[in-house]
Design a binder for this molecule. Structure first.
Ligand SMILES: [Zn+2]
Length: 446
């Protein structure tokens, strides 16, 4: 008995010891269970709106947080296909799902995407997304396009698209040049003004592309050949006097850089920045043609510099910078009256970097004219102007050695050679068909 009692006493001590030793473990298990049940952060899934419209091909990227498990499936006509199942071991997880509805046996029409995500035993989220499967690409046909174009030219093509949400032309995989629906023509006719930038390679390929709102696209190659053009080369001496008189006043800081460095900054860095600003300004244009006939050249003016001139700048006999001149420099008398080269709406009026005080007139469908280095601006943004209307006076603001007008033609925000746009015959031969086409087609429609 005694022994047993002793044993019992001893046994109690052991139990206590075991209990004490196990305590951290018990707390851990309790905490873990509580955590899993109540404290674990809820599951989060981002990016699932991309399932709403499902074209023939689409990559959907989902971002998950705190996921213990995730399943994604799509249901149509009571048939469910699993798209994803995973039990990630990390706090954050990213999934890319290649959606090809036809390969999944889905037909065009509504479907439901279900996402189930868990982060713990009780923390569960279920999302249902109404999806629309639409795999029919828009129809696209090239109705008219120039067979040859020159570097630095602005030109136009006529396209027919059906079921398209946006239509555009691009060079290689470059920026899209927006096509506009012809208001007078049938719904599916689009006109696109596009530039052939001065540095376009002769092997460049031009594409027309139509996209629908689901993201289906149809691409056609435009039968356009690029002709090389030789531009003038000139060298310009930069004097200290020019730096002090023209370059330094462009800097607002009290300590501008050394002369050659200051010139380089203005001529290259600022020029690039202004090219980007023009591209931005040129992006939004009136959806109809606001102009008619040839563009006007500054009255009684002499051409001081042409489009495409390749300039080398010499400072103390050493070449310090280069640029390509992207407009026409026209000189008349000081403060000469500047007239709107064609009818349109003032898109920009104010200070524009190296162009100084400038006016940009929107002629519609992505075509604009630019007037730089002005001493006085006589119009306001948003104002309608008629061809030949007085809009400004010439000057030497911005990067200009003396009083002159920098005249530019912008096609989709890219400066092209104004030469063609001053030429009545070129316009009639190359742009005239838009007017006749829209008349023809609206006649047919009636
Ligand atoms: Zn110029």
């Amino acid at each position: 008995m005694n022994g047993f009692g002793y044993q019992k006493k001893r046994g109690g001590k052991v139990r206590k010891l075991v209990l004490i030793l196990m305590l951290p473990f018990i707390i851990l298990v309790l905490y873990y269970t509580t955590y899993k049940l109540f404290l674990v952060p809820p599951p989060e899934v981002d990016g699932m709106d991309a399932f709403r419209l499902l074209p023939a091909e689409k990559t959907v990227t989902l971002h998950g947080r705190n996921l213990k498990s995730i399943t994604v499936s799509i249901t149509q006509d009571l048939k469910t296909r699993e798209l994803l199942r995973d039990e990630p071991q990390t706090i954050e997880s990213t999934y890319t799902i290649e959606m090809k509805p036809k390969a999944l046996g889905l037909r065009d029409g509504p479907a439901v995407v279900t996402i189930e995500a868990r982060s713990g035993i009780l923390k569960k989220a279920e999302y249902k997304i109404d999806a629309m499967v639409d795999t029919v690409p828009p129809k696209l046909r090239v109705l008219d396009a120039p067979s040859t174009v020159s570097q630095g030219m602005g030109t136009v093509a006529l396209l027919r698209a059906e079921g398209a949400d946006s239509v555009f032309v691009r060079i290689g995989d470059g920026e899209p040049f927006k096509a506009y629906r012809l208001p007078e023509g049938p719904d599916s006719t689009y006109v696109v003004f596009f530039p052939v930038p001065v540095d376009t390679k002769t092997k460049a390929v031009f594409y027309a592309e139509a996209r629908d709102r689901s993201g289906n696209r149809t691409v056609r190659t435009l039968p356009v050949k690029v002709k090389r053009k030789t531009f003038r080369r000139s060298s310009i001496r930069i004097s200290d006097d020019f730096i002090t008189r023209v370059i330094y006043p462009l800097f607002s800081e009290t300590d501008p850089p050394a002369p050659a460095e200051a010139f380089l900054k203005v001529n290259e860095e600022w020029r690039q920045r202004d090219v980007r600003r023009l591209a931005e300004i040129g992006r939004e244009s009136a959806p109809r043609m606001l102009w008619r006939g040839r563009f006007l050249q500054l009255k009684n003016s002499k051409v001081m510099a042409a489009y495409g001139d390749r300039r080398v700048y010499l400072y103390k006999g050493r070449p310090i910078s280069r640029s390509v001149h992207l407009g026409y420099d026209l000189a008349s008398v000081s403060n000469a009256p500047v007239e709107a080269a064609n009818s349109g709406v003032v898109k920009f009026a104010g200070e524009l970097g190296i162009y100084g005080n400038a006016v940009i007139i929107d002629h519609g469908l992505g075509l604009m004219s630019l007037y730089g280095h002005l001493s006085e601006i006589l119009v306001e943004k948003g104002q309608e102007v008629k061809k030949g209307e007085l809009i400004a006076r010439t000057g030497s603001s911005g990067l200009a050695g003396g009083d002159h007008l920098h005249f530019g033609i912008l096609v989709q925000g890219v400066e092209v050679s104004p030469l063609y746009w001053w030429d009545k015959r070129w316009i009639r031969a190359n742009i005239g068909f838009i007017g006749s086409y829209s008349k023809r087609s609206s006649g047919k429609a009636r």
